[in-house]
Design a protein around this ligand. Sequence first.
Ligand SMILES: Cc1ncc(COP(=O)(O)O)c(C=O)c1O
Length: 456
Amino acid sequence: MEITSEQTKYTLDESRIPKAWYNIAADLPVPPAPVLHPGTLQPIGPDDLAPLFPMSIIAQEVTTDREVEIPDPVRDVYRLWRPTPLYRARRLEAALDLPDDIRIFYKYEGTSPAGSHKPNTAVAQAFYNKEAGVKRITTETGAGQWGSALAMACAFYGIELKVYMVKVSYEQKPYRRSLMETWGATCVPSPSPDTNAGRQILAEHPDSTGSLGIAISEAVEDAATRDDTKYSLGSVLNHVLLHQTVIGEEALEQIAMADAWPDVIVGCVGGGSNFAGLTFPFVREKLKGKDVRIVATEPAACPTLTRGVYAYDFGDTAKLTPLVKMHTLGHGFVPAGIHAGGLRYHGAAPLVSLLLDQGLIEAKAVRQNPTFAAAIIFARSEGIPPAPESAHAIRVAIDEALAARERGEAKTILFGLSGHGHFDLSAYDAYLAGNLVDYEHPQEAIDEALHALPTV
Ligand SMILES: Cc1ncc(COP(=O)(O)O)c(C=O)c1O
């Protein structure tokens, strides 16, 4: 393979850390559907969310201001790892034997101390909670990336944290728990005996492997039933996507430094936060007339965007959260125990769902084994073992490049490498030993879960 010795990393000075988050709510082609109260089915107001979130965060959830200023203390923490690098994947291009006019770039968020994009919002959320005098926070985590990011952020601000970790990941990734505990958090496997929601699931399904929907129920119940505690979510909600837009704002500058513009951008979607963070600033440019395709990727075992319905549903299994209009597989959906724990969520961010419904973005599902095959090609050429979640974006980026080569087309591809996989090596072990199973979620199971959708 031939590798040319030209610029590989496009880096920005700390002074280029964005000063504002970009709020796509200001530019949507249609207004977002209102969020509904789980009991009354009427649109909720800020007071309904007050038991769970500080008012400053609720204000960000509903604002239609195009720009939201990033507080200086948050930018100061961002300085620890931001701006993150944009790479030209020259070694991957060579490994794929691509011609000169097919270029692959990736924006790497794994340089944060917790190893993913999640601290971009964890730090902001911990900051606003601290400002509001909150002493204790609860949250859920799938793969453990979000739990560890929030554990670090809570350590910075002296806030107590309890994390409900999806049981299958708790068992697959014990060192994520160690990391959370190192940063001072408490972490229990979910379903747990600590909440009504957890006890009820354990009574019905003692061997439950858990799900993000169940873990959210536990964390929300814990926060809603204690005066000293608020709840924090690592994806899906508008304010979380907002905080992640620092990724795309930096990437816009960096891709210009490379004298390039992406024909296609690819990001993986669990709840939608890293995808939104990278792509929403590009969607803004698309709405102004720039040409770019934007592709969201997800596991075939949890095909929320590609096979779910666009409807009102609960964000959690126990129906404690408000109803949001989103692509969903039904709040009762318990996905197979695939290794991309962060992508096993029954719903998707309402903002991402709306863009898909409006045809501004596309979605593609990929299976676990081809995804790990792409992860291996990437690790052996670029060096970074990707998080299994991020590998879904690599798979589709590689497929886009190979398809362009087949058609003899020039193409510039940008993908989001949302995190590294240093804590996911048991998944790599399983893949290398040939023990990974390709789950394709059966239609009957989807139909059954969708049956229980609330009537609105
Ligand atoms: C590295 C990584 N990428 C992606 C995701 C998916 O979440 P989101 O869709 O919110 O970016 C996760 C979730 O845990 C993650 O850890």
